[in-house]
Design a protein around this ligand. Sequence first.
Ligand code: NAD
Length: 425
Amino acid sequence: MDAVASSLAQLSQALNLIPKEKRGYLHNVLGGAEAVISFKLPLRRDNGKLETVDAFRVQYNRTRGPYKGGLRYHPQVSLAEVTALAFWMTIKNAVADLPLGGGKGGIAIDPKLLSTSELERLTRTFGKYLSPHIGPYWDIPAPDLGTNADTMRWLSEEYHKSARRLKNGYHKSELLATFTGKPLDFGGSRVRTEATGLGGLFVLDTIVRMFKLERGRVDPLRVAVQGFGNVGYHMALLLSENGYLVTAVSDSRGGFFNPAGLNIDRLANLKRGYGSFKNVPNFPATYVSNSQLLELPVDILVPAALENQITADNAKRVQAGVVLEMANGPTSFEGEEILVQQKTLVVPDVLANAGGVCVSYFEWQQNLKGQRWTANRVSERLKGKMVKAAVSVIRTAKKQKTSLRTGAYVMALERIYGAGHQVGS
Ligand code: NAD
């Protein structure tokens, strides 16, 4: 099952637990995207050659507020993938109780194969093409896989230029609020870079506490993290600083496993120096492939790279008791059915990785109000939001006698229905 089919199957499963009179409305508003925008972006390579690249923005649902979701640069980006991701954003923003809808976008390109000047040219072109479709109260993009604060700065600068041309009447603070995940010196928020990992830590701590995962243990909980980008690196670092034992990490070409634990700072330095874990010589750990990492003897598995990593093919071999989904859609629908049968607790993406969008929301608020919050204030607010969302999801799942994912969906669907009802009455 691909990402779209998985997302719709998850929706159907949750709809079964929603009172009948609400189902038809929810099925209609969430069964497909409100707007789908496809672009063919021209890209002038450094050697003068002109190419075109496919790009998308999917505006899935804005019942609860402006479309909100990241922009992804990856060769696997397709309209189908972006649509599934935009649906998940709609659910995630409702789970975190943010007054936002869901959207997602991206470019089908491998950013590692472009020079910095090519990447900047392509991003600026994307900014020009996107500008008429977005705005501070309409659609607010952010970084995702393969994009970062620099990407947001380039896009935002192009949006500012277009806004002058389009004379859309927005104040400077509103122009700034149209993108989140920006650099700190360009209207970004403190804690945004590590927000997704930090939010994941708050959720995991809540799970450990409420499910009493440390009862009777002397040793720390062992964790394997797949992916060492923005989310994976910060997650691994924060876990190792907060009482967990990180025994494995990986990037796209594999990674290291040491049952005694890994030094994340040291690994980050080595990765910077050698480009990939694969090129690091004489590291005191066993080299593992990405598929091996998923099957290691750990207590907690953290997929933090791509979707569809745990599927019907490998779910049986997952040994972890908890899967904390920091990537979007890392477990396929069939994979999750197997995990549920073997009593593995899956902490769903729509809860676990909502920290990034929470701090994006704080950034948006700061821009609109002309404020700059301290790191402490941002972290405290993030903690409040994440712990509240985690406790509510656990309680809903227990009440409905269902998985945490379906519990989260039921909670989100009720909130979307409530907002839709207000608009429609
Ligand atoms: P990133 O580009 O910073 O890092 C991605 C990492 O995944 C890199 O280490 C890369 O080497 C690794 N990777 C790529 N292909 C892989 C493969 N086949 N197997 C294993 N590892 C592979 O991206 P990111 O921002 O860290 O995003 C990671 C995931 O988290 C994505 O699913 C994204 O949608 C999700 N997410 C990100 C944010 C955010 O704030 N950045 C928020 C919520 C969810």
